[in-house]
Design a protein around this ligand. Structure first.
Ligand SMILES: [Zn+2]
Length: 266
């Protein structure tokens, strides 16, 4: 019997974005996402990062948080974390978290690797520093949830023909926990004078009944709840020990599994 994850509300697809470095162009980009009901994770350094004064010059609450976007770690100093001694990694990640958490007053546990570089040692260190997921820069051109969230490969950078990728995502005939994940830097749109790429994509993707618009952490959290489901050996009953409602597909039928309940699905 085929059993697959669905997203909140029984939706078949999820769309998420991840944009790095928090330069002033993020104001325009976050505005495009907010106007279209799309959700993005914005990855922010604590100090200079690769650009002078890259800690947002604008109001993080107004631009990101008020509209349901997520902010996440991008290394306090945008360093090659994979080459640094453990002590330096600890200081850099915790400094970054503290700086962001002073704004959110809530845990900040997502990340995008500065320069996209990582090692298995770094992944272990991040786990101990409370980081739950981290995005790479390795495009898959596919729509799969990651096996290892500390190696979360995006679907594509926005320069990689996202118009075509978006059509494939929307027209996928067998969506099964399908996630389209686009990343980049907002300053690239100004540098390359191609804001129309993301404006057109946002127009095309907005308001779809089958798509859950979510931040990276919302997808991570939901997937954790799905992974916690307990099935009977004959797959006729499922128990949801998590604190949130989970939706699944069994054969051709969708089921809502409320938090704490056991539901008959077969
Ligand atoms: Zn960066």
């Amino acid at each position: 019997m085929m059993i697959y994850p669905l997203f909140p509300g029984g939706l078949e697809r999820a769309l998420t974005f991840s944009y790095d470095d928090a330069l002033d162009e993020d104001i325009r980009l976050a505005g495009i996402f907010s106007d279209h009901g799309l959700k993005c994770t914005f990855n922010i350094c604590a100090d200079n990062g690769p650009h002078d004064g890259s800690f947002p010059s604008f109001d993080v609450n107004e631009v990101y948080l008020k509209h349901g976007h997520e902010i996440a770690v991008h290394g306090a100093e945008h360093a090659f974390e994979d080459m640094m001694p453990t002590e330096a990694v600890i200081a850099d990640i915790l400094e970054n978290r503290k700086r962001l958490e002073a704004i959110t007053h809530a845990p900040v546990k997502g990340m995008a690797y500065p320069y996209g570089t990582f090692t298995s040692d770094l992944k272990r260190q991040l786990r101990e520093l409370g980081i739950l997921y981290s995005r790479t820069v390795n495009s898959t051109h596919a729509f799969r949830l990651p096996d290892d969230f500390l190696e979360w490969n995006p679907t594509a950078h926005h320069r990689e023909n996202i118009a075509e990728i978006g059509e494939r995502f929307l027209n996928n005939r067998y969506p099964r926990g399908t996630v389209c994940y686009i990343w980049g830097h907002s300053f690239e749109f100004s540098r390359n004078n191609n804001w129309d790429i993301i404006e057109r994509f946002a127009d095309r993707m907005a308001g779809k009944d089958s798509v859950w618009y979510a931040t990276n952490m919302e997808i991570y959290d939901y997937n954790q709840a799905f992974r916690m489901l307990r099935f009977t050996a004959d797959c006729c009953y499922v128990q949801n020990p998590s604190a949130r409602t989970v939706w699944i597909m069994r054969g051709k039928n969708a089921f809502e599994i409320p938090s704490g309940d056991v539901v008959k699905i077969g």
